[in-house]
Write a protein that binds this ligand. Structure first.
Ligand SMILES: NC(=O)c1ccc[n+]([C@@H]2O[C@H](COP(=O)([O-])OP(=O)(O)OC[C@H]3O[C@@H](n4cnc5c(N)ncnc54)[C@H](O)[C@@H]3O)[C@@H](O)[C@H]2O)c1
Length: 275
């Protein structure tokens, strides 16, 4: 590739001088997004409840002064505001927000019955609180700062289960404490994110804020062999995603490459929802 070609690519995908905030940036996918944004030359603030526990290889990224973690509970508006204030003081107003903080009841859950009829209210509230209210609050506070500045790009993260119902044949398991199925709460919360995306895309279009949503399929994270086999058999590409396979989409939505795109829900799922 000639230098000229490289400059062209940089103009489209480069994030020089941009300030990004990644909620849930200490998680499995969040860490990948932080690395990708930093590699494209953005300064990256992580807003996460956990800032102490991470895999050894992420230590190197956290040592880079273009990456700073802030301990933030995304369900608390005051904490988001105060962390944002620190980010602005350090680097200036934000241009990119990736809302990746979320909670789920994983297939390894063994604490009780998750059947629809018996699913505990407090678990439903917890999931809605982090996944929906947390995303909304971060959009309110950080989007407002973008609206008062140069505008920006908000990237919400959803799941195939915000689009289609889980195939419970992959999940159902009898436990001593009851039956495990993939609960409705996560699916409802992710469905809400898609429409929050459309709402904000129209609401903030005049303020030069683009708001889009990425809909991901399941990521391989050492789940048990039977789960991986069953899940993969539902995917046209025949496998789960690798953890770095969504980074290209993050860079696309964060950068000028998607300058005419707002209000979109982009599906990346190996074809899961295509049949
Ligand atoms: N991993 C997958 O298979 C998959 C598939 C589809 C969609 N997604 C979505 O991608 C996003 C990232 O998923 P992941 O796999 O990295 O999850 P993860 O559980 O590895 O990371 C989530 C992060 O959010 C943080 N968090 C939780 N509650 C918080 C709160 N109240 N305030 C601040 N931070 C909080 C956690 O500390 C954690 O670091 C999520 O929105 C998830 O729903 C994941």
């Amino acid at each position: 590739m000639s230098k000229r070609d490289g400059d062209g690519l940089k103009k489209i995908f480069g994030l020089d001088g941009k300030v990004a905030i990644v909620t849930g940036g200490m998680g499995l996918l969040g860490r990948e997004f932080v690395k990708a944004l930093r590699d494209a030359n953005a300064k990256v603030a992580i807003f996460d409840l956990n800032v102490d526990k991470y895999p050894k290889e992420f230590e190197r990224i956290l040592k880079d002064d273009r990456v700073v973690p802030y301990k933030v509970d995304v369900t608390c508006k005051d904490l988001i505001k105060s962390a944002l204030k620190n980010v602005v003081k350090r680097w200036g107003p934000p241009h990119i927000l990736v809302n990746a903080a979320a909670v789920d009841i994983p297939p390894s859950y063994t604490k009780g019955n998750t059947s629809f009829e018996e699913y505990p209210e407090e678990l439903f509230e917890k999931i809605m609180d982090v996944n929906v209210k947390g995303t909304l609050l971060c959009c309110q506070v950080i989007g407002d700062a973008m609206a008062k500045g140069e505008g920006g790009s908000i990237i919400n993260i959803s799941s195939i289960y915000g689009e289609v119902s889980p195939d419970q044949r992959i999940y159902i398991r009898k436990e001593k404490k009851g039956t495990f199925i993939k609960p409705a709460s996560y699916c409802i919360s992710k469905g809400a994110i898609s429409n929050l995306t459309r709402y904000l895309a129209t609401y903030w279009a005049k303020k030069n804020i683009r708001v889009n949503c990425l809909i991901f399929g399941g990521v391989f994270n050492n789940q048990d062999d039977e789960f991986v086999k069953n899940y993969s058999s539902r995917v046209p590409l025949g496998r789960m995603a690798k953890r770095d396979e969504y980074n290209g989409a993050i860079l696309f939505l964060a950068s000028n490459a998607s300058s005419y795109m707002t209000g979109a829900n982009l599906v990346i799922d190996g074809g899961y929802t295509a049949w």
